[in-house]
Design a protein around this ligand. Structure first.
Ligand SMILES: Nc1ncnc2c1ncn2[C@@H]1O[C@H](COP(=O)(O)OP(=O)(O)O)[C@@H](O)[C@H]1O
Ligand SMILES: [Mg+2]
Length: 596
């Protein structure tokens, strides 16, 4: 059961984080909850003593009732204070756990799995609620104790009265069913709600305004949004109406039960088997029970949602642990410098959840110290190949060999530390600029000179000068003072970050076109090719560059032409021109375009 799962998960987490605070919060909460029926009991005694003209006893009962009322009011308050800190600890721990689940497995295949991504999304959106559910758990335990005390008081007045809380059970069950109906409707409408949000964003964002205005498409978007929203609200409204009907039925049953209970107590009072105080007590407890059940229902639904999250976290923990365990068995090492180079041996690859081969039996020999250019149409698989080389994905079949060592046997961290890459979908890391760049090589994060060198190599000086505060200024929308950068400027920072690692065994540059104009790209590679050649003697690093510019491609030692996941041609520029096939044709086309 989800509630039990949530209880176990939350208690275990809280006990691990701060056992003393957990016990403290729990005890205070229990005291607060049990005080309510005891206050009612003291009031009843007070009433009877007052009627019986027992002054002293009446005063004592009144004081006791007042004390219980104070405990009831303060219990919630202090327990909340206590559990507030626990909540913060829990939230921090859950955030860390989520980051670990995403970050610890060696590759990033799990992130491509739509189901994994969905689960992560669901967890991320419900972390606050889950951490808060600990308080619901306290409340629910308190309510259970309160009900037990209430029943034991009622049994003493008349055994039949002990059934009174049972009248709340149908109300609870129907209420729960009503909740399921609302939630199912919300879930079914989730896509509609998401799409609606998308339409609203489309219609109100600066990034889409240019095109929409030009096409005159605003009215069309509005029409679609209205139709969609009508459908969503209709469905939601029908569900809400059904849920309200069920809740009313539950309340009706409880009211009938309560009326019966009142009648029974009035009769008992008339037959003088019951004092006025007891009559008062039954009525107060009746009111309390109704409120308790409504509260229990709310807390149960909070816990149920938390149970779902707990279940997801536990499942993903297992996935993460299994993947990490596989990685820890990888113990082969790679020695620098590279002697032979990197070899792709019959590598095929399909993205997780897809059967389509994005790379189809690719074999490539990339000798140490060489620069390899990858060319091919969009979607040919160039970026995918780059990600595989970095060890972010594992081949579906075939091997990637680094100096003859299978990358699948190498500890992922070990290989990653030797790789520098600028991906086509580079990250926009919003930090202080020197960190945005320096993160490319953590040990050099505060090395002024290394950062200056990376800035110079990536020709990022202009971008840095544009940022108020330069290297000490912050970049991105998340800061009030954060510099607004264009896509190209972000890419230049990404390039500088990539170049922080000065002598990697593998350097990957995936279409740095926006960051670099043709001359700058040419120059960078010229310098790079030169330094790679020099470094080849020392380190034997391999450079893989993906570009559409043939002026740069020309400089590579070897060129691989990819077509729909297969290597069509591989060799030096001269050889491929001499072969007079696809590469030669593409090259001539670009040359003609340049001349005209
Ligand atoms: N994360 C992904 N999940 C599923 N398919 C992907 C993913 N990334 C790329 N693809 C698919 O893989 C194919 C090759 O993409 P990519 O390697 O980016 O090509 P290129 O870099 O040559 O333009 C494309 O058909 C693309 O749709
Ligand atoms: Mg690409």
């Amino acid at each position: 059961m989800k509630v039990a799962k949530a209880a176990r998960f939350l208690f275990a987490l809280a006990a691990k984080l701060d056992r003393r605070r957990l016990i403290g919060a729990m005890l205070i909460m229990l005291a607060g909850y049990s005080a309510a029926p005891l206050a009612a009991l003291s009031l009843a005694v007070f009433a009877d003593d007052l009627i019986g003209r027992r002054g002293q006893a009446a005063l004592a009962a009144a004081l006791l009732a007042a004390a219980f009322l104070v405990i009831q009011l303060m219990g919630g308050h202090f327990s909340h204070l206590c559990s507030g800190r626990l909540y913060e600890h829990q939230l921090a721990a859950l955030n860390i756990e989520l980051i670990e689940i995403v970050g610890r497995p060696p590759g990033i295949e799990h992130l491509d799995d739509p189901e994994f991504a969905d689960q992560i999304d669901l967890i991320r959106n419900s972390l606050f609620g889950t951490a808060q559910a600990l308080e619901s758990l306290f409340s629910l335990t308190g309510l259970a104790l309160q009900t037990a005390i209430t029943i034991s008081i009622l049994i003493r007045i008349d055994p039949w009265l002990a059934f009174m809380p049972a009248f709340a059970v149908p109300a609870m069950l129907l209420g729960k069913h009503a909740q399921t109906i609302s939630e199912t409707a919300r879930l079914r409408c989730a896509e509609g709600i998401r799409l609606n949000r998308h339409f609203v964003v489309l219609a109100t964002s600066i990034s889409t305004a240019k095109e929409l205005r030009l096409f005159g498409a605003e009215a069309e978007i509005l029409r679609r949004q209205e139709t969609l929203w009508d459908g969503v609200t209709n469905r939601m409204w029908r569900a809400q109406a059904a849920a309200a009907a069920l809740r009313s039925l539950g309340q009706l049953i409880f009211t009938l039960g309560a009326a019966g209970t009142v009648l029974l107590t009035v009769r008992l009072a008339q037959e003088r088997q019951m004092t006025i105080g007891s009559l008062l007590l039954v009525i107060i407890l009746l009111i309390q029970v109704n409120a308790q059940m409504a509260m229990a229902l709310t807390q149960l639904s909070v816990l149920q949602a938390a149970g779902g999250t707990a279940e997801r976290i536990t499942r993903l923990r297992r996935v993460c642990r299994a993947r990490t365990a596989v990685a820890t068995r990888r113990t082969a090492t790679i020695t620098s410098p590279l002697a032979g180079g990197i070899t792709l041996d019959d590598v095929s690859f399909a993205y997780p959840g897809s059967s389509e081969l994005v790379l189809d039996r690719v074999s490539l020999d990339m000798p140490a110290g060489h620069t390899i250019a990858l060319v091919g149409e969009n979607g040919a698989g160039k970026s995918t190949l780059a990600k595989l080389l970095c060890g972010l994905y594992s081949p579906t079949s075939g091997k990637i060999l680094i100096d003859g060592v299978d990358l699948a046997d190498v500890a992922p961290d070990e290989w990653r530390a030797q790789v520098a890459a600028m991906f086509q979908d580079f990250a926009r890391l919003e930090f202080v600029t020197r960190e945005t760049i320096g993160l490319g090589e953590l040990p050099l994060l505060s090395d002024e000179r290394a950062i200056a060198r990376a800035v110079s190599r990536a020709r990022a000086d202009k971008v840095v000068a544009h940022i108020p505060g330069g290297l000490d200024g912050v970049v991105g929308h998340n800061y009030k003072q954060g510099a607004d950068l264009s896509g190209g400027q972000w890419q230049i920072l990404a390039l500088a970050r990539c170049l922080m690692r000065e002598h990697p065994l593998l350097l990957v540059l995936d279409e740095p076109a926006a960051a670099l104009d043709a001359t700058a790209e040419h120059e960078l590679f010229e310098r790079y090719a030169c330094s790679a050649k020099c470094a080849a003697v020392q380190l034997g690093g391999v450079t893989v560059l993906i570009t559409h510019r043939f002026s740069t491609v020309l400089m590579a030692d070897r060129i691989a032409v990819l077509e729909r996941g297969r290597i069509r041609e591989y060799g030096s520029h001269q050889r491929l021109i001499a072969d007079n096939a696809l590469y030669a044709e593409l090259y001539r086309l670009q040359e003609q375009a340049h001349r005209s």
